[in-house]
Design a protein around this ligand. Structure first.
Ligand SMILES: Cc1ncc(COP(=O)(O)O)c(C=O)c1O
Length: 401
């Protein structure tokens, strides 16, 4: 029977999670994270729209949002939807963090917020953003979409700056199929987020049904025996059509749903939540061993935690020595059903559908990172022997034979 591994370590749902009911989902997640309050939104993107509108109301003369040039395209769409302008900062060399020198030069009087981004579960350099923000009066909004459960010095990410958000989309560990959680450090910002929610978000029975069915579909299909159909087939079709953007699901339209989350979906999340810490422990132990293994391959970098950081591990993020080597490795691995994939295909200006939204500036490091990076799932379904086979293929590609 064909098997397919997911590209990230999501938390599988159980039938009993899907029973009818109500539960205070955001409160329970807040309790687990040790944060005072979380505001539930229908996606990470919606959380960002709500947050940016609130910040803009507090500082209406500022209209630019500084983001890393290699990030989720939804970030640019959220900024646009909030009526603001994305301003791109190139990455540091061979890193997903923003280049600090460039950050200092793009942030100014017009900057509403800087968005350090905790990619791949790793903790971003929020202090660099805070330094620049303090000099210019900008807010720091942490994009922790991929990092629910990650901490720095024992504190949840998302509160190192002024505010942050998590995503609960498919593939992000805990999922409501789509969902987002917003958090703010002080009560002024928290109240502003609540007010922004009231004016931005409406209930939508049609979307409640759609997301409920999608969540049930996830509960059924998120297993290696059914993922060939739900994930592998569309992936292979998109790659056969030379459409890597569609293959990784980066093909977003301008429409951003902005609606409430039904109490049933909240109850499903609340029932699954107690299993999340175990998944994070299992995937962490697995990842730490595997990072060591990947490190032994010459020329490959793999992202890890610095002292004081304790990230989460949905997948391993790697860079290879060159685009040619990365593409050589992916030629077999991407379609092999082993959970090897890419994160964002392009630097933001290189998505055709963002052309009118993001400025096209020279971004050598972001483009280089897009060209040389790949991801390996950290799903517990990837066994050690298969992981070793992936490493052997990476070694072959690096050797060039
Ligand atoms: C870094 C980053 N930011 C923002 C988002 C948007 O989150 P959502 O998909 O929940 O709207 C994502 C989602 O993939 C992401 O990876």
């Amino acid at each position: 029977m064909p098997r397919e591994l997911p590209p990230t370590a999501g938390l599988p749902l159980r039938v009993t999670d899907l029973l009818p009911g109500r539960a205070p989902f955001a409160e329970r997640v807040a309790h687990w994270l040790g944060v005072e309050h979380l505001q539930l939104e229908c996606s990470g993107t919606a959380a960002m729209v709500v947050a940016l509108r609130a910040m803009h109301r507090l500082r209406p003369q500022r209209d630019e949002v500084v983001v890393p040039a290699w990030t989720c395209p939804l970030v640019a769409l959220a900024i646009h939807r909030a009526g603001l302008k994305p301003r791109l900062c190139d990455l540091a060399a061979n890193h997903f963090d923003m280049d600090t020198a460039q950050l200092a030069s793009v942030v100014g009087e017009q900057t509403l917020a800087i968005v350090p981004t905790h990619l791949a579960g790793r903790v971003a350099d929020v202090n660099a953003a805070l330094d620049v923000a303090h000099q210019t009066g900008a807010y720091v909004l942490e994009d922790a979409a991929q990092a629910l459960g990650a901490t720095q010095d024992g504190r949840s990410v998302g509160l190192l700056g002024d505010a942050g958000f998590f995503s609960l989309a498919v593939g992000k560990g805990l999922t409501l199929f789509e969902g987002g959680l917003l958090l703010a450090r002080d009560t002024v910002m928290r109240d502003a987020f609540a007010a922004s929610h009231r004016t931005t978000i409406q209930s939508d029975a049609g979307m409640d049904w759609k997301r409920a069915l999608e969540l049930i579909g996830y509960a059924i299909a998120y297993r290696p025996s059914l993922l060939p159909l739900a994930y592998g087939r569309p992936l292979r079709k998109a790659l056969a059509e030379h459409d890597p953007v569609a293959a990784v699901g980066d093909d977003f339209g301008p429409d951003i749903p902005l609606h409430t989350v039904s109490s049933w979906r909240q109850a499903v999340g609340a029932r699954a939540l107690p299993r999340l810490p175990d998944l994070l422990d299992v995937t962490r132990n697995q990842a730490l061993r595997r990072v060591e293994r990947v490190r032994r391959i010459p020329g490959i970098s793999v992202f890890d935690d610095a002292p004081g950081q304790r990230g989460v591990w949905p997948f391993l993020l790697l860079t290879l020595p060159s685009e040619a080597i990365r593409d050589d490795a992916l030629r077999t691995l991407w379609t092999a059903g082993l959970g090897v994939s890419r994160l964002f295909i392009h630097a933001l200006p290189d998505y055709a559908y963002l052309r009118d939204i993001v400025p096209d500036t020279p971004l050598p490091n972001a483009r280089n990172f897009a060209a040389r990076s790949l991801t390996i799932t950290n799903s517990p379904w990837l066994d050690d022997a298969t992981f070793e086979a992936i490493c052997a293929e990476l070694e072959r590609a690096v050797r060039g034979r």
